[in-house]
Unconditional design. Structure first.
Length: 276
């Protein structure tokens, strides 16, 4: 085994370069043969290399790796050269031109282009309308810019928040799909369903399976619903039932204006009302 307390071996720089490339697809386009982007490593107080196992270990307070817009920080980084697996641990922070992330541990499968962050994961996308994603575990498919959050997953965009067992977020399409005990909290009401698709640019929620919409004494149930956040309207279909106070309306399709408390039924409505 060879050991060094100073970061002065060129192989160590190569290791951290692999960490950067593995953790962020953003770094892929930043360095080319014509326009190389320098790698800057600071904060490493100890480097170990086990030649028999093919394992590098970098320790620092923390180790900071910068390459263009990519910044990775962690007190401990371990790289298995044989299996091409990188593990950053003991509190990891990461940022690039697309997102910032914080986690207890990040494991990267370099050849697969896949990373898994665990333990109180917080991810925030950059831009005018940032999306915040938190969970116990988040998997990143780097090339596709696709995030899969599981374990008390929560997505926040503007005033709306979605919680679920699992939330998958496509950053390129700005589209999220939540499944398992889904609840969407908006200023106009609360939506629960088996599955909710959120189209971020359109400010639209598409809910399927045991859909329930509540606001005050208004409750609506259906198999399917589309909620348009800009106008505060929900269109329910598939055995739609709306309770507004003591009044009940059933129809194949019901549109509810949650702000105006106005209900419109089509396709053969059945109404049970209690006049004042």
């Amino acid at each position: 085994m060879w050991r060094s307390r100073l970061l002065r071996n060129s192989h160590a720089a190569l290791l951290v370069g692999l960490v950067c490339a593995a953790l962020a697809a953003a770094a892929t386009g930043q360095a080319t043969a014509q326009q190389p982007v320098p790698l800057d490593v600071t904060g490493a107080t100890r480097v170990e290399f086990d030649d028999s196992a093919g394992v590098w270990e970098l320790l620092g307070n923390p180790v900071t790796v910068r390459r263009g817009l990519v910044v990775l920080q962690a007190p401990a980084i371990r790289y298995d050269t044989r299996d091409q697996i990188v593990i950053a641990s003991s509190g990891v922070s990461y940022g690039d031109d697309v997102l910032t992330a914080f986690a207890g541990t990040v494991t990267v499968w370099v050849l697969e282009g896949r990373a898994v962050a665990e333990s109180d994961v917080q991810v925030t996308t950059r831009g005018d309308e940032p999306v915040e994603l938190s969970a116990a575990r988040v998997e990143l498919l780097q090339k596709q810019r696709y995030l899969i959050a599981s374990g008390a997953a929560r997505l926040v965009q503007g005033p709306a928040a979605i919680t679920a067992d699992q939330i998958a977020y496509d950053h390129t399409a700005r589209r999220a799909v939540a499944s398992g005990s889904v609840q969407a909290h908006t200023p106009d009401g609360i939506f629960s369903a088996d599955r909710v698709e959120a189209l971020v640019p359109a400010e639209e929620l598409i809910a399927d399976g045991h859909v329930v919409v509540t606001r005050g004494d208004l409750e609506a149930r259906a198999a399917h619903a589309v909620f348009r956040q800009q106008v505060g309207q929900a269109e329910l279909s598939g055995g739609a039932v709306v309770h507004l106070g003591r009044n009940t309306m059933e129809a194949p399709t019901i549109t509810v204006d949650l702000r105006a408390r106005r209900v419109t039924a089509t396709g053969g409505a059945h109404l049970v009302g209690y006049p004042p």
